[in-house]
Design a protein around this ligand. Sequence first.
Ligand code: SF4
Length: 364
Amino acid sequence: MHQVPLGPEYTDLAPEVVSDRIRAAKATLGSRLVILGHHYQRDEIIEHADFRGDSYKLAKDAASHPEAEIIVFCGVHFMAESADILTPDSQTVILPNLAAGCSMADMANAFQVKSCWKQLTELGLDAGTVPVTYINSAASLKAFVGTHGGTVCTSTNAPAAVKWALGRGEKVLFFPDQHLGRNTGFSLGYNPKTDMVVWDPFKPLGGNTAEDLQRATFILWKGHCSVHQRFTVAQIEAARAKYPGVRVVVHPECPLEVVQAADENGSTEFILRTAQNAPAGSILAIGTEINLVNRLASENPDKTIFCLDPQICPCSTMYRIHPTFLLWALENLVAGTVLNAIRVPEEVAVPARRALQTMLTITG
Ligand code: SF4
């Protein structure tokens, strides 16, 4: 979908005017509206959010407020799709800027995944392979796993989802994030060198031999998060040298060697709780998106919290939800015009919902 550019009546506004007008539009819309803000959004967005969370928590927050007819999702496209899938038709999900995608989610599309499945089928491997998609993926991929007996997973429940898949088949096709797949397999005792292969969608058989694919337990899609792939072991070593006793906490979208060198790893919500629950005086080096790390630092002034990456590492696509886009969407709603509604077609939503419900059944 194409995002129309905003005119100077929005782009030329001073930040405080934008903020005041967002508040006014929000007040006018009242309980008809819920604004969701992903943890990686900038503070100027988060100040207007009714709920903050990671993608899955926010989708559940949307579903638990049926009185709100409009859900404005300040996150990226796949998140708004999940919220639309999990909410009734009476609720409309709006993404303030349609250009806010996710580079990781874009690394696997339905055409490529179907082509991969066809190649596995030609090798006779489809029957024993269970597809698992990370929630950071397009609705069409969730629909694919729903159609082929697989499940969705989050960074929290990936080990449970993969165990479930391996209880139903001999192999897991995991997409789109190779790192979450590899970290999960490793945590379950699998060897990345002998039990896992990487599927490159631009090469025949994903760049593997038929024997490689027959032998592997994990077929990991060649995708990654451009934010979390930046973290390195050298950064962890530098943090430990500068702050003896530092606790290093990273996201499992980071490479395996980084996760292994860290003290702990877990989802965005896990990182948040770890920082909040750390005793006063703690020093924490965090391997995740900079807006969240900076917010954790300012909300926990009794602790030293910093980002492992000394360079700024925002999620550039999340950053496209500029406050002027939020204002534009809200003021149009006040005027009775619904813009940027995300509607997943029923033929995609039904199997995608099945895959999300399978995940809920697995994790309870
Ligand atoms: Fe996608 Fe990574 Fe940005 Fe999350 S942080 S939205 S996975 S690019």
